[in-house]
Write a protein that binds this ligand. Structure first.
Ligand SMILES: CC(=O)N[C@H]1[C@@H](OP(=O)(O)OP(=O)(O)OC[C@H]2O[C@@H](n3ccc(=O)[nH]c3=O)[C@H](O)[C@@H]2O)O[C@H](CO)[C@@H](O)[C@@H]1O
Ligand SMILES: C=C(OP(=O)(O)O)C(=O)O
Length: 417
């Protein structure tokens, strides 16, 4: 199993390019199921989840051709196999994103029910309820969601809670439904907007994405398109924290500064100096960060996918911070590993109290999920001595060439077997 070995103590400095967003790329790749014409997608990151999605689509009959430099062309002329098997869904929960498009395009879909995962139970009841409201017949059989519908019908759906992939699944399904669908209490995440823009480029009629009411006027068919995936705001935030926690200075290019407000405000509160342009960000931190309390919630509030990284920042900050996780019920798996590196963190329910310590000390630690892994790498960058992060297949799900990018910024980091 591969590991990352990090020699801590180097303030990061330099410039890196931010990759395309995982959480926008995955639904956009799945949107190819909605049309028999080719969809060409640019700025696709090289990630394990992307490879898994391309494999899943290919086994359904989608012709996939990858040009390492230009992008990916997907053509779902005929869909021979309308199943997402357990073996793939268990490695990547976002596989659920094929449910809506498959059902809308072909009238049937069999998708393995995703189980719980390290960060929480993560049920998909809102996806199922929404499709049922649009007229689908859905049964759970042998661990699969088995969905059928001659043609979905537009309707008003008020979601019980804000769900990102739930909103995306229903939005994709509604593009080919008969009549108009109104999604209320929809997720406002920028990745939902990116997907809506791609679908509109394919001939869909979606209005209101980015607000909590999305209206989709169904059309009989969608056509091919060319679309460029937005930059990854979580990767961006992670490199900003890497600079802040090591007392360094980085410039990030090919990113967006307009969708990171909640994170930038917290970094400024921690004492970082930040400058920004439309497609770049620069951050510099002198000395230690100040402790900053964060509370996660759906966009535009502070993202749960940045919680673990801010936990690391607070472990070496001046003062005490309170980190509250309201989106997932079990997203503090990094705490016990950070403690092994000398962090002072107490957890009570969904709240962690982090008291800054003078220094962390390098240790062997285990990654348990994607962002927990990122927080351990950040801890390794600032710790005294050597840190070895095990089970980094989690980090390869969501960070493109992490050790190369960090090396570019001066970090002493190596991938080892
Ligand atoms: C591929 C992708 O885009 N992943 C992101 C997406 O995950 P994902 O879309 O899976 O997360 P959701 O927004 O659906 O989950 C939010 C909360 O709603 C609950 N819930 C969700 C659906 C449902 O039917 N019933 C239900 O109870 C979940 O258990 C969770 O507690 O949004 C999360 C929240 O920003 C991010 O952490 C993930 O990185
Ligand atoms: C939780 C995440 O991803 P996923 O929803 O794909 O598990 C994440 O990106 O932090």
């Amino acid at each position: 199993m591969q590991k990352l070995r990090i020699e801590g103590g180097v303030p990061l400095s330099g410039e890196v390019r931010i990759s395309g967003a995982k959480n926008a790329a995955l639904p956009i790749l799945c949107a190819s199921l909605l049309t028999p014409e080719p969809l060409f997608v640019e700025n696709i990151p090289h990630l394990r989840d992307v490879t898994t999605t391309l494999g899943l689509l290919a086994q359904m009959g989608v012709a996939v051709s990858v040009d390492e430099k230009l992008g990916v062309e997907l053509c779902a002329r005929e869909l021979t196999h309308r199943v997402a098997p357990y073996e793939l869904v268990k490695t990547m929960r976002a596989s659920i994103l094929v449910l809506g498009p498959l059902l809308a395009r072909t009238g049937e879909a069999r998708v393995s029910l995703p189980g719980g995962c390290a960060i929480g139970l993560r049920p998909v009841d809102q996806h199922i309820k929404g499709l049922q409201a649009m007229g689908a017949e859905i049964a759970i059989e042998h661990g699969f969601i088995v969905a059928k519908a001659a043609r979905l019908k537009g309707t008003r759906i008020v979601m019980d809670l804000v769900t990102v992939t739930g909103t995306e699944n229903l939005m994709m399904a509604a593009t080919l439904a008969e009549g108009t669908t109104v999604l209320e209490n929809a997720a406002r995440e920028p990745e939902v907007v990116d997907l809506a823009q791609c679908l509109n480029a394919m001939g869909a009629r979606i209005a209101g994405a980015g607000s909590d009411v999305i209206t989709i006027e169904g059309v009989p068919r969608l056509h091919g398109a060319r679309y460029r995936v937005m930059p990854d705001r979580i990767e961006t935030g992670t490199y900003l924290v890497a600079a802040a926690v090591t007392g360094g200075s980085v410039r990030l290019r090919e990113t967006r500064s307009d969708i990171l407000d909640a994170v930038l405000v917290k970094l400024a509160e921690a004492g970082a100096k930040i400058e920004k342009g439309p497609d770049w960000l620069w951050l510099s931190m002198r000395g230690k960060p100040r402790a900053v309390s964060v509370r996660t919630a759906p966009y535009p509030a502070f993202p749960t996918d940045m919680q673990a990284q801010f936990m690391t920042l607070n472990t070496v900050a001046e003062g005490t911070a309170v980190v509250t996780e309201t989106v997932f019920e079990n997203r503090f798996m990094h705490v016990q590993e950070l403690r092994r590196m000398g962090a002072d963190i107490e957890v009570e329910g969904n709240t962690a109290v982090v008291r800054g310590v003078p220094r962390l000390s390098g240790a062997n630690v285990m990654a348990t999920d994607l962002r927990a892994s990122a927080s351990l790498v950040l801890a390794g960058l600032v710790a005294e001595g050597e840190t070895v992060v095990d089970r980094i297949y989690h980090i390869d799900r969501g960070y493109e060439c992490i050790e190369e990018k960090l090396t570019q910024l001066g970090a002493r980091i190596q991938r080892v077997n």
